[in-house]
Write a protein that binds this ligand. Sequence first.
Ligand code: ADP
Length: 254
Amino acid sequence: MTEPAKKLIDENGLRVDGRRLDELRPISIEVGVLDKADGSAYIAHGKNRIMAAVYGPREAHPKHIALPDRAVIKCRYHMAPFSVEERKSPAPSRRELELSKVIREALEPSIMSEFYPRTSIDIFIEVLQSDGGSRCAGITAASLALADAGIPLREIVAACAAGKADGKVVLDLSDTEDKLGEADLPVAFMPRSNSVSLIQMDGSLSEDEFNQALDMAIAACKKINALQVEALKRKYVSVKEQVEEKGEPKEASN
Ligand code: ADP
């Protein structure tokens, strides 16, 4: 985070992409988009384009990683080489390894892993295009891919960042705001238990700004959760229609 070199908020209080301070970027979500994985979801969140896929629960390999009382949850967050302006090496960077760990930790409390001892649940997040907030959009999609795989969840996890740009607390930072702004606060939230499963902070905020950003991020997670529920319902309505029309569901919903 550096001092802003260009104006991120104009005299009308609008941001570089025309949003108000507390406005989310456009979000669209689709569940069950891949045939081969057990569960999948795709999210377009602003210019982020992210695919999440889940396998499992399946026998844990290698066997020594198996846990006697619950499933092992594995997670890989990966950015495609073409997801950013300059080709990124396909090899996992330190950032991707760190994000894989924090995303797993954000999703773990929602998964009833105790039902599946000695198995593993594998979560893959593939960022096809990245525009700031990709860990949050990845969590939002991965939680739906887990539900689509039929894995029992306590609740669905939604995630969104808030932060600070040009001295103002703002919601859902774009790549430009993330790079030129003063702070970024990604939050993952579980709405039924009203609990936060991920919070990270980069940059600096006063206590008041922190509380304002956290409230803003949680309110946005609740809105994103409503979109997640709609996307899941669309998937099941389409499966029901296929069963009624043809007697059996197609392999994928689209
Ligand atoms: P998040 O995507 O969760 O906000 P970061 O704050 O680490 O994670 O990254 C912010 C943004 O920086 C990313 O969304 C992406 O647009 C950009 N970025 C990350 N890694 C690279 C990279 N290797 N090359 C170019 N841009 C990157």
